[in-house]
Design a binder for this molecule. Structure first.
Ligand SMILES: N[C@@H](CCC(=O)N[C@@H](CS)C(=O)NCC(=O)O)C(=O)O
Length: 288
């Protein structure tokens, strides 16, 4: 569990916040996962929207709450928790109704969520490549500078995760986007994972068992993003495709994973551009 120490928190006003406060972004997959979870559990929460496209996450104010510069963040009665899966685990324990991380499957859930977290940079690669034009996705110089100058410490230790986040954005700027090899690699990683989940769904109604768990929410969010990127599931992953259609009937799931309207328009236009310039997902799918 990643809970910040008092000394990690530089934006001290949050120490006085009462109740469940969530700092999140509409279009962020980790935020979407957390919001679906909160709504399914009927937990009351206060929203603090952090616009990642405008660089709100690299403001001194936000970095004083999460030095990693990422969302989501939970502030629960003044205590700051980061990392979406840790936040969810903590809240599932705190609010016992409708358990989505049940005790009897806790190890398997943990394992699958760790895998999901480990491929988060792959999802980001594909998002940055296929959802919107590179110039929109590049961080501004002043934001990068702010991020560099912010604290490097989480839980009293020098933080590797912050370094990874910083170097991701610097490389994106330096290489003018995501490099082709990285795109191909991320696509292949997802194909392998989709096969694995499809196999699991041939045995049970949901990924872990016949009951919905947080792993279903996490993968639903990933599938929604992959769908936006241009993936289709029907032929190669029939069980996954059936499960996806069932979950899409849940209004909470669908609403929380819809792209904000401006991004929807940009993304549709960008897809046409990628298609006419032979750079769409389809042109990458068979590369090894
Ligand atoms: N392991 C983290 C990953 C969080 C993460 O990478 N969040 C993304 C949005 S999904 C973010 O805040 N990115 C900041 C940016 O791209 O500027 C978690 O699960 O909370």
């Amino acid at each position: 569990m990643v809970k910040l120490l008092d000394t990690d928190i530089k934006t001290s006003e949050v120490k006085n916040w009462k109740g469940i406060n969530i700092l999140h972004f509409k279009g962020s997959s980790c935020s979407q996962k957390l919001r679906i979870f909160l709504n399914e559990k009927k937990i009351n929460w206060k929203s603090h929207h952090i616009n990642l496209v405008n660089g709100d996450n690299f403001s001194e104010w936000f970095l004083g709450i999460n030095p990693r510069g990422i969302v989501p963040v939970l502030v629960d009665d003044g205590e700051v928790h980061i990392e979406s899966n840790d936040i969810i685990k903590y809240l599932d324990k705190k609010f016992q109704s409708n358990l989505l991380w049940p005790e009897n499957f806790k190890e398997e859930i943990e394992e699958l969520l760790e895998e999901e977290n480990n491929i988060h940079f792959d999802l980001r690669n594909l998002t940055m490549k296929f959802v919107a034009p590179t110039f929109l996705m590049k961080k501004k110089d002043e934001d990068i500078k702010n991020f560099e100058n912010a604290s490097n410490f989480v839980e009293g230790l020098e933080d590797k995760e912050k370094k990874m986040q910083l170097s991701y954005h610097k490389n994106f700027i330096k290489n003018d986007g995501v490099q082709i090899d990285s795109v191909v690699n991320s696509i292949n990683i997802f194909k392998e994972k989709l096969n694995k989940i499809d196999k699991k769904l041939s045995e049970t109604k949901f990924i872990i068992s016949n009951e919905l768990t947080i792993v279903d929410i996490a993968w639903f969010v990933y599938l929604r993003r992959l769908e936006t990127i241009g993936f289709s599931f029907e032929i190669e992953y029939p069980n996954l495709s059936k499960w996806f259609k069932i979950l899409k009937k849940n209004k909470n799931f669908l609403k929380e994973t819809s792209l904000p309207l401006p991004l929807k328009i940009i993304s549709s236009l960008y897809k046409i551009y990628l298609s006419v310039t032979n750079q769409s997902l389809r042109s990458f799918l068979n590369k090894k």
